[in-house]
Design a protein around this ligand. Structure first.
Ligand SMILES: [Mg+2]
Length: 208
């Protein structure tokens, strides 16, 4: 494999961490306090189902400025939520090839998260929501954009995700797929934790 593409949240750290819970809390505050919206949970579900992200729903229905939203919802205490992860550092270090972050979070969210985990210097690129705000994962233009912008061939790229929906979309582009923190035979690989991808080091990474 030439390229290793990683989702960020609940992929590079355990889904048991409270990062997304904190962001969720901030999204609810944004919708309640800044936009005076009621039925926030229902609205969020509707937006996610129809547009992929809450942000896109808010942009379409309430004229929300994406920068304001992204800065507000990612204003969380990273150093309280995440620690430097020596195990992750050594696992990522064992994988040779270009390493890319592909996230529906903001660029600064990725930088802050990777910095707290101690792995910011291990990535060649961060491809964040600012690059495909109108078509977040799992919509096809986001995959198209990452392929074109970074000039990668999906067949030479292994993509790690905690989201089956996002991985299934990637399959259509012929990415090799790896589910993490879960098991499912629908994908080329699946791993109980992100640390288990160390097994790739010994296996001939030549799937499909
Ligand atoms: Mg994720």
């Amino acid at each position: 494999m030439k390229n290793y593409i990683f989702d960020l949240d609940n992929t590079l750290y355990s889904p048991e961490k409270d990062v997304l819970k904190e962001i969720d809390r901030r999204i609810n505050i944004f919708m309640h306090s800044k936009l005076n919206l009621k039925n926030v949970n229902e609205l969020r579900k509707y937006y996610r189902d129809n547009y992929g992200t809450t942000l896109l729903g808010l942009m379409k229905h309430h004229g929300t400025n994406p920068r304001d939203y992204l800065d507000f919802v990612h204003d969380i205490e990273y150093e309280k939520l995440l620690d430097k992860d020596e195990n992750l550092i050594s696992v990522l270090g064992s994988i040779e090839g270009k390493k890319i972050i592909f996230t529906n979070g903001s660029y600064m969210h990725a930088v802050n998260t990777l910095t707290c985990l101690g792995v910011i210097d291990m990535f060649d690129n961060i491809f964040s929501i600012e690059n495909y705000i109108e078509y977040p994962k799992p919509f096809e233009p986001s995959y198209d954009k990452v392929i074109k912008a970074l000039q990668i061939l999906p067949e030479e790229s292994l993509y790690f995700e905690d989201s089956k929906r996002n991985l299934n979309a990637a399959k259509k582009f012929n990415f090799k797929t790896a589910l993490v923190w879960d098991r499912d035979e629908d994908f080329d690989y699946s791993f109980d934790t992100i640390y288990d991808i160390i097994q790739l080091k010994d296996a001939e990474v030549n799937v499909g």
